[in-house]
Ligand binder design. Structure first.
Ligand code: AHR
Length: 551
């Protein structure tokens, strides 16, 4: 049974009614009351625009079909890049895009993906073994048609910076330096700059962010933390800079692998604390995949379904995702014990839910899943967590942008749609570069049955930031059936006007498809300004953005 208690209930309803309505956020008429206080005189730091970054891996339908359709395609494109994707991405102000992996990165030779296109080699893709027999050849045997040049062009078209992930497992450090040289050396300065110019790119790409290996504890080389630290130092030392800043990201932990963080930081510090100057970020990965409610830790058996789920599965996914906050604070604490002035920032460059196969919109696309309203609430919750820790989180990349895991977009041939997750990114973009503000939220907890035992989950959470007189508050109401009336108080200024945007749907399973592109889409809502605050109705199962103009 799903119910909210412990706080003021505006209208009483029978438990049976709540149960009968459990699948429909719009069905319940009762509201609870919450309070939100935004403290203008308690700034937390600048919300890095790079928290709103993305990840595209050469994996199944992400690149070939998702991004790259080819210049001769009947699908509208800009130099081979899907135009509808470019148009949509321009609306969300993407800060960075990470490429080419993921696990793929540590098997990729960047030289294969540059130079004359008809001479580029075909290589077995890292993900080939998981491809279905009917998958397009390009998903198994990488044609290298979309390489560094095409990626740089994609970034330019969407107005994002590039974040390249270098191969540490199977290429020598020299290749890393030369990739940097190819991308960043000034026009006419080096042979590689000439090669870039011959491909049509005279001016340097000026790539700032470079990942040095990926998941080096696993697919990226199976190292110990100490072994990896030695490799990292070798790769990141004396890389030529060509006048533009380089920000290196070291391969950090999976979830709560505290020993990986401690082991790496201690090993780096053995050479002296000044070594931390060569590390911009420490990559943290967290996928919410285990929906077994504690029954198994098996990677396959623990996964849930993207579309078929009960309210208990909805809450389980959010519980799994909510652990992100403890991973951020936990790793940050260990990092600070060794890197005492916190030179190194967290880079959460892979996050999102990961379900079992079966919900792909394009049959056979490996790791594609159909995001629902549940994933929108999950994504809003996660972005709010990042916003609440601006001094710790420097970059975050949702995994992945298109046709894979927590996609913002789905595409196949000439078909395209924006997922509920894509809409959340459009709503939250207003936080980028704002001054994060401490926000205190009180709300009744949600209580529900978890395999015969009483379980609870928080009732409302969010984050706030401001650009001068423009305040942005985002929040999620995770309750599958109960709306919330919230009293919002702004400490330190008076609100002049407010506008609201709400993302919800009549069914918690709602999702967008090629045939029904607008089943889940944000809508404007009214919000009444009263004295030093305002009241707002947070529908059940919703993601909300309020933009408040201060007097
Ligand atoms: O995003 C899919 C995969 O998940 C990435 O390649 C890898 O880094 C992670 O394990």
């Amino acid at each position: 049974m799903i119910q909210r208690r412990d706080f003021l209930r505006v209208t009483a309803a029978t438990a049976g009614l709540a149960f009968a309505r459990k699948f429909s956020p719009l069905a319940s008429a009762q509201s609870s009351i919450a309070s939100i206080e935004i403290l203008l005189d308690e700034p937390l730091g600048t919300v890095a625009p790079e928290i709103y970054s993305h990840f595209v891996e050469n994996l199944s339908g992400v690149i070939y079909d998702g991004i790259w359709v080819g210049e001769k395609s009947k699908v509208p494109n800009v130099n081979g890049i899907r135009k509808e994707l470019v148009d949509e991405m321009r609306k969300i102000n993407p800060a960075l895009v990470r490429f080419p992996g993921g696990c793929f990165a540590d098997s990729h030779d960047w030289r294969d993906g540059v130079g004359p296109v008809d001479k580029r080699p075909r290589r077995t893709n890292f993900w080939a073994a998981g491809e279905s027999p009917s998958a397009p050849a390009a998903h198994r045997y990488d044609p290298n048609r979309f390489g560094t040049n095409e990626f740089a062009q994609f970034c330019k078209l969407i107005g994002a910076g590039a974040y390249l992930a270098a191969n540490l497992r199977s290429l020598p450090a020299e290749q890393f330096y030369q990739w940097v040289e190819y991308c960043n050396s000034p026009a006419g300065s080096t042979t590689l700059a000439d090669e870039r110019a011959a491909a049509g790119f005279k001016e340097p790409f000026n790539v700032q962010y470079w990942g040095v290996g990926n998941e080096s504890w696993g697919c990226g080389g199976n190292f110990t933390a100490q072994e990896y630290a030695v490799e990292y130092r070798r790769f990141a030392t004396w890389v030529p800079e060509y006048g533009s800043k380089l920000s290196f990201v070291a391969s950090g932990p999976n979830e709560n692998s505290w020993e990986w963080t401690r082991g790496f930081f201690e090993e780096v510090a053995r050479k002296g604390k000044n070594q931390f100057r060569d590390i911009y970020g420490w990559a943290l990965h967290h996928y919410a995949w285990n929906l077994s409610r504690g029954k198994t830790k098996d990677w396959e058996k623990g996964k849930g379904d993207a579309l078929q789920f009960e309210p208990v599965d909805w809450y389980e996914l959010l519980r799994e995702g909510d652990t992100m906050e403890s991973f951020i604070t936990g790793h940050w604490q260990i990092m600070g014990e060794i890197d005492t002035d916190h030179h190194v920032k967290l880079v959460v460059d892979e996050w999102g839910p990961w379900y079992r196969p079966g919900s792909e919109l394009t049959h056979g696309d490996q790791l594609e899943q159909l995001p629902t309203l549940r994933d929108a609430v999950f994504s809003g919750m996660t972005l709010d967590i990042f916003n609440r820790h601006p001094e710790k989180v420097g970059v975050a990349c949702c995994a992945q942008l298109i046709n894979c895991l927590n996609s913002l977009y789905l595409a196949h041939e000439d078909k395209f749609c924006v997922t509920p997750v894509g809409h959340v990114f459009a709503m939250y973009a207003a936080h980028q570069g704002g001054e994060g503000l401490r926000t205190v939220i009180s709300s009744p907890e949600i209580h529900y049955d978890r395999d015969g035992k009483a379980a609870s989950f928080w009732g409302l959470r969010g984050s706030a930031s401001r650009h001068d007189k423009n305040l942005v508050l985002t929040a999620v109401n995770p309750d599958v059936s109960q709306p919330l009336e919230a009293q919002i108080t702004i400490r330190g200024a008076k609100p002049k006007s407010a506008k609201a945007m709400v993302l919800t749907a009549p069914d918690i399973h709602a999702h967008n498809t090629f045939a029904q592109r607008e089943a889940v889409a944000p809508k404007t809502a009214s919000s009444e300004v009263r004295g030093s605050g305002l009241n707002f109705h947070f529908p059940a199962a919703s993601v909300v953005k309020l933009e408040i103009e201060l007097a």
